[in-house]
Design a binder for this molecule. Sequence first.
Ligand SMILES: Cc1ncc(COP(=O)(O)O)c(C=O)c1O
Length: 389
Amino acid sequence: MRFAERLDRVPPYLFVEISRKIAAKKAEGINVISFGIGDPDIPTPDRVVEELRATALDVPNHRYPETDGLPEFRIAVADWYSERFGVTLDADKEILPLIGAKEGIGHASLCFINPGDIALVPDPGYPVYSVGTWFSGGECHWMPLLEENGWLPDLTTIPQDVAKKAKVIWLNYPNNPTGAVVDSNYLSEVIDFAREYEIAVLHDASYTEVAFDGYRPISFLEVPGAIDVGLEFHSLSKSYNMTGWRVGTAAGNREMIDALMVVKSNLDSGIPNAVQYMGIEALKSSESEIAERNSIYESRRDRVVASLNRIGLKVDPPRASLYVWARIPDGFTSAEFAELILEETDVVVTAGNGYGPSGEGYIRLSLTISEEDLDEGLRRLENLRISSS
Ligand SMILES: Cc1ncc(COP(=O)(O)O)c(C=O)c1O
């Protein structure tokens, strides 16, 4: 069999490695506790699942959905943007439903990247930005996210010749894996940069609804000029505990929405209608429902940060996202430290370098773990004896 070379460009998917290690331990009968994947353990709200039950029985919903989704779903997304961020969007021209944000993020590169083009990609970052670029024949220019810059790419370090060849800049705030957030001043600078070099800004806003201490993250589209240069991806996965249902959205510049629609309508047939009705119901969630859910993650965040501090790891408590990003002690690589934790405590954490070279020196812990496992996992972690060889 001769496969296409593009497959060789993809490093093994991060969680495949983790899953394999967990499986080996489990096969030995060991109770492994995982802080690995960001997949909410809290169930989808009952009333959202009820909507699936009701709409699944309607025969028209058994047929192909439209790629551009139900008009009612697009209107619900527009209403949500208006209420949540004060952003006015045209539901027909500026919103496109996605089969989860991942699908849209992966397909977006096909809209912009010709072979040899450059994508500006955050490092560390969600791997789909780079993989989508490679599948389209492009190259990634890594933008290091460093603690001293508040985990924001320093645009002044991007060489001019790279900026000139770049077609897109990927951003993601609240950020996976660092948990960092962004303000409108920085996003304004990005918009100026994008205008200067004719670059599309692709902002992944999958975590705006998971935030702590009363903080409410902003949307890229709130910033003046954003809609002229970019798209924002949203996900109902983390916002409403809906990872299993696969529903997300792209919103913003209408030409970019049209381009994504060309790609998608030729490759997929949209989100099942009944799942879109679930999405409509989910988007009606009240501020207090979101706050109640976030208070669960906030308490977990505090406990994880306290335990990591107790074993001497330096951690800035994140204001948003589902992740705690912790600097590891000197004398270890990220992979070695994650391995040490797994071997000594049967606890899984993710090695930071799996998100890009600048993730070296960090580990990531996800807060999407049951209370019982969290307590047990932290108890084990606090017993970790750290001594580098
Ligand atoms: C930054 C980021 N974007 C997108 C996604 C995928 O979201 P969805 O479930 O909507 O495909 C994830 C999932 O972990 C993520 O971390």
